[in-house]
Design a protein around this ligand. Structure first.
Ligand code: NAI
Length: 254
């Protein structure tokens, strides 16, 4: 369980839900974690939970869609923790509606948080990760894990903005892997299926049943199911894995 001991991770959208579960799993594996969300105080609960694992943890208020805030956040994490080894781009929002009625504002808001936010944090951590070297000069690099979605692969009526943002995250993941691979910075995505969370709690019983009918494992996923895949990709057990999209969806699609 200690395979991430001494590593420093940043997890966005980690005040609650899947992000909080990812942060806890990384801490359980020994990582020190910077918890990022819109307001630093929203992170207090996650920070306290992480400290129980005996690691360092701190909350940061940052809007992932705001370039200057992202750069300032990474700078602050470097000042506090000294390095960044793992970046988890998890913050995400939905603003669902049929394409013909979708406003420019709803399109932009979702693309800005889900896709641009992932780009901004990836750009900001790339240089610090490049500088990670062992005492003998070996390039240590880092691991970036983006949270995509099953609907970014298959599309979904009523989610033009969200599916486009997650499809974009998948393409960005593959490009990042190609650009940064020579510095031993790996970049992969986890594409969750239907996960029980605040984001999916709002769906009607009919919609939930329709989803359940498509899931061979006959249960909705948990945030911990996603966290386990992220922790594997973050660590050296996945040292030869990059540019991949790992579906964690109970078999919903192959
Ligand atoms: P959630 O809504 O419970 O949590 C999202 C977190 O991101 C919140 O703490 C929120 O404050 C934060 N956040 C939102 N906008 C932000 C911004 N601009 N800057 C910083 N933080 C921001 O959502 P959940 O379910 O935990 O989702 C996490 C990720 O997993 C998202 O990227 C979502 O798209 C993805 N996902 C979720 C699925 C599900 O079934 N719940 C399925 C597939 C993907």
């Amino acid at each position: 369980m200690n395979n991430l001991k001494g590593k420093v991770a940043i997890v966005t959208g980690a005040a609650r839900g899947i992000g909080a579960a990812i942060a806890k799993k990384l801490a359980a594996c020994g990582a020190n974690v910077a918890i990022c969300d819109l307001k630093a105080e929203w992170c207090d609960e996650t920070v306290a939970a992480l400290k129980a694992f005996g690691v360092e943890a701190k909350g940061y208020g940052v809007n992932v869609a705001a370039s200057a805030e992202v750069d300032a956040c990474v700078k602050a994490v470097l000042a506090d923790f000294g390095r960044v080894d793992i970046m988890v781009n998890n913050a995400g929002i939905t603003k669902d509606g049929l394409l013909m009625r979708m406003s420019d504002e709803d399109w932009d808001a979702v693309l800005n948080v889900n896709l641009k936010g992932t780009f901004l944090f990836t750009r900001a951590v790339a240089r610090p990760m490049m500088k990670n070297k062992a005492a003998d000069g070996t390039q240590l690099g880092g691991s970036i894990v983006n949270i995509a979605s099953v609907v970014g692969i298959m599309g979904n009526a009523g989610q033009a903005n969200y599916t486009a943002s997650k499809g974009g995250v998948i393409a960005l993941t593959k490009t990042t892997a190609k650009e940064l691979g020579s510095r031993n910075i790996r970049c992969n995505a986890v594409a969750p299926g239907f996960i029980q969370s605040k984001m999916t709690d709002v769906l009607s019983e009919d919609v939930r049943k329709a989803y359940m009918d498509t899931i061979p494992l006959k249960r909705f996923g948990t945030a911990e199911d996603i966290a386990k895949a992220v922790a594997w990709l973050a660590g050296d057990d996945a040292s030869y894995v990059t540019g991949q999209i790992i579906s964690v969806n109970g078999g919903m699609i192959g």
